[in-house]
Design a binder for this molecule. Structure first.
Ligand code: ZN
Length: 121
């Protein structure tokens, strides 16, 4: 099992449909998630990291989604609301300068290291 950092394994980030994404998870995404874990002091669950183009299309992602590039993760933390988690994510410079999307009904937060964007799903 390939360890990407102290608390994250590559397996957690691989495509949910086919296991693609090995070697494609951007190190800055993982560094940002480690920083976020330090802030919230709890484990972060990765719901979705890398997506192959087929899986991305199936879940309604835009074709150039950062998930397809290994720049993005949808995450949740037990005991924290998506709003609380997004607030903490904004304290991580890599995510502050990237994308943070809140999905309150679905109970997760999207973070990425792409262009600076904010939205509510
Ligand atoms: Zn796939």
């Amino acid at each position: 099992m390939a360890r990407l950092s102290e608390h994250f394994n590559e397996k957690e980030f691989l495509c949910r449909c086919c296991g693609a994404g090995k070697g494609l998870i951007h190190p800055h995404l993982v560094i940002g998630l480690e920083m976020l874990r330090d802030l919230v002091k709890r484990p972060i669950t990765v719901n979705c990291g890398y997506r192959c183009p087929k899986h991305n299309a199936e879940v309604g992602g835009v074709p150039n989604s950062y998930h397809v590039q290994g720049y993005a993760a949808d995450i949740h933390v037990s005991g924290l609301s998506p709003y609380e988690l997004a607030g903490q994510a904004a304290r991580v410079p890599l995510f502050f300068n990237g994308g943070i999307g809140i999905y309150p009904e679905r109970g997760f937060v999207h973070v990425d290291i792409g262009k600076k964007r904010r939205w509510r799903g």
